[in-house]
Design a binder for this molecule. Sequence first.
Ligand SMILES: [Zn+2]
Ligand SMILES: [Zn+2]
Length: 425
Amino acid sequence: MRSELVDALVVHVADEDIERLTDTALGEEIVELRRAIDRFEFQCSRRLDLFARRQGFLAFGFVSLISWLRRACRLMPGVAVQHAEVARNLASLPQTSTALAAGEIGFHHAAVIAHSVTEVGAEAVVRHEPALLEAAQNHDPRNLRHVTNVIRYCEDPDGTLAEANDDYKRRYLHLSQSWHGMFYIEGRLDAEGGAVLQTALNALEEEWFVGDERTGIQRRADALVELARQRLDVGTLPEVGGQKPHLAVTASVATLKKEPGAPPADLEWSQPITADAARRVACDCAMTRVLLGPTSEPIDVGRCSRTIPPALRRALVVRDKGCRFPGCDRPPDWCDGHHLIHWIEGGETSLSNTCLLCRRHHRFVHELGWELSWGAEGAILAIKPWWLKNGAFSGVAPPLVSSGSPDSQEQLSTGATQPPGLRTN
Ligand SMILES: [Zn+2]
Ligand SMILES: [Zn+2]
């Protein structure tokens, strides 16, 4: 080939001092180069089509075009298949070929249209070619795929249904745990199942706010856990082993009191968890006390009771209306009840010693060292741990202004039974 010409072109492009370019000029050059690459792709496709029809790969000792493309052209298997498909189908798409040759559409646009030929046949695609090219010039290849999917459905409804049923059969979900206790998720959902999950996650995903250090994918992970947690909290899931499904944590009093040398707590389905995490869970949970004998055999099992009883929970919802951490507006469904002085340390289970915190901010307090206390007129002060230099707030967090002091707010709970303080022995 005219390799000297190509070499000269590449050298010319390589020699340019790109550091001196403005951002606008740089952007324009990138677009220009991509268009040139697309145009070259068309010229490559033309040759590849001829090469495939002549079975030119045999001369190189390969048994298939794909294996030759993978080796000689250094392509990944899926990319090699795509290039072969474009080369094969572009020959029947004159308008698409012209548009790609002129750089009016991208190679990936052409690949989407060429794949449509494989799906519904050249005749149907040629009929829709003007509309497809118009869509290609105005949308990215992914959105163009939506248009070819519509064509596929109109031209071949039975095939589309069969494919949708096949996709549904291919669904799976792996949930596996590593040696360190982290869980890994991998799976595949059909279009409808994925859309249901995405809709639910979108609804539960918190919007970014100033000071939120989480990445988008961390917020998405939090949304998935929240989805499961809220479903468990509602208590409408069918019973398993005679009980409503729930997360079980087992911890000794010594662990909850963080006594030196105390063992970690146990979380069902998981590895041992820290005393801080156990204290957070214990802040608002259904608790059963089990008295162990000298050889650790259970000798007495107490009644199950909530550490934040339902009446107090209702009162907290009325008073707090959501997470009380400064700047947070998560609704009550997202929140745990939190004891400002933990009940294991003798803190009362009363309105004046509890408030609602969303799971994330509950974690801030128990595991990240933030301290909460009542400020003036029922506001809550969140004090950042000294070692956290780049947290959401500096120094003392601004208090959330609320309608009255903790004492006056207690009057809101007159319709509810004031719960007794809980103690462990
Ligand atoms: Zn708590
Ligand atoms: Zn919160």
